[in-house]
Design a protein around this ligand. Sequence first.
Ligand code: AMP
Length: 549
Amino acid sequence: MSKRVRETAIGIDLGTTYSCVAAWFDQHNRVEIIPNHQGNRITPSCVAWNGTRLLVGEAAKNQITRNPRNTAFDVKRLMGSRFSDSSVKKDIESWPFKVIEGNEQKPMIVFEHNSVKKVFSPEEISSLILRDLKVAAEAYLGTKVTNAVITVPAYFSDKQRQATKDAGTLAGLNVMRLINEPTSAAIAYGLDKSADINRPKEKTVLIFDMGGGTFDVSLLNIRQDGTIAVKSVDGDTHLGGEDFDKLMVNHCVQEFKRKEGKDLSVNAREMMRLKIACEKAKRDLSSTPQTPIEIDCLYEGTDFTTKFSRAKFEELNAGFFSMCIKHVENCLRDGKVRKKDVDDVVIVGGSTRIPKVQKMLTEFFNGKPLCRSINADEAVAYGAAVLAANLSGNGNVKVQDLVLSDVTPHSLGIWVRTIDMINLVSVLIPRNTPTPCIKTNVFTTICDNQTSVNISVYEGEGRTINENIFLDKFILSGIPPAPAYQEKIKVCFNLDANGILFVSAESISSGSNNSIRIERSGRSRKESKAVDIYQSVISIEEMDEEVLN
Ligand code: AMP
């Protein structure tokens, strides 16, 4: 047999708090998690500037209490977001590092040492983490690495996906594919179970993925032949362990104020020390009912000592925990699966170690034991490495047999006006539609002698354009002048397996047409705020729809 010469491609789980890289190893016929420069299998998603050098990963995290204002973490929560987003505003308030508004409302991270400023976009910070993982992989593999599969939360929007791919490109990677984190975990789970000779031909599996900053639920069919078909996804891109830490920190700040009459929240360094202690206490509470938090000289020479109970932790975060179950219900409803028909509930992500999360989930599934056979911290990178091997033609038969079909997490549509002039989004591809797919709809002009239409593409679940995210637009001209509502325009959305959306529009009577390619991983232009009434269309009827296989 000839020896493979194909380049090794890596799988990267770019997490909010930790990241992980893995690759398929022909010599060992399996995926291996690649240790970082310090020998650890997961790397803190942290970047710092100490005035001389940029520090990444462990090096950045290790100096965070000394240099909190110049250490960025949780930056995944800024990817593809706008400075004005309420979730961004809330996060900024709790972070010691500075975030300012950049061009096109982009949040920008500012480091400052002795009046020297360095400004980074979230993509640039993420690219430094990706580059660090790339370098670690190159050292471990002994070869140059350019190709990678990067994971993203299933519930990430188009813009968040674009930002992730841009970060990969900035890191010098060729991003072969972005894969949803729960789908990636499902690959790891599917491979883990493939050796089981008693496994059924097809299984319905729910992946519950709760990490540091994001939460995803995904319902999938896993078949014996290696096919993994996602039925539905749901989740929250701003819900995870960091939120639980924040509530613990706030609780301790209040307690300190009550006991000592001092407000320590004004001091970034001390807040960071408290955050680290709370995160550690949170982890301890997963295995003990009560844990002490003891910090010497926390603020103005005063020590802080308290006991934190698991019951208190659960009470503080009860709202977040019940939100998780709501997302599970939504996912089952959208996937049209009853909870009793779910064969396995698989938990991944560090926050699924929280006993209350496990208890709620088990109770919701009427006492069903949760599947914990795959590594909560590494499964996502593992699955990405399998897909990377599959795409680059490496790996064994099981890897090459892998067939994935995903769904679109958010609805996709175009701007239309109603007869009473309300700007709405007419959805062509509803969320959770299997991809690839083609959907067509016919619209009419809205004004007398309207010869062009503005096809503006939106993503989201809101009814009006303001409640959705604008993706891109184009003009279709050459419509013959006619009375309002007479001329018909056929609009076609074609979403391929890579999440690339092609939108085309055609004037039915004149045949004139135009189209646009909206790459979920490319850049979309800024929306022009002035919408021209004469260029809007009105939705009239549902046409044919078709799902490609
Ligand atoms: P991930 O994004 O999957 O790496 O998960 C990281 C999150 O999991 C962080 O918020 C951690 O604090 C949290 N985490 C890790 N281990 C535990 C544990 N034993 N109990 C509670 N939370 C944990």
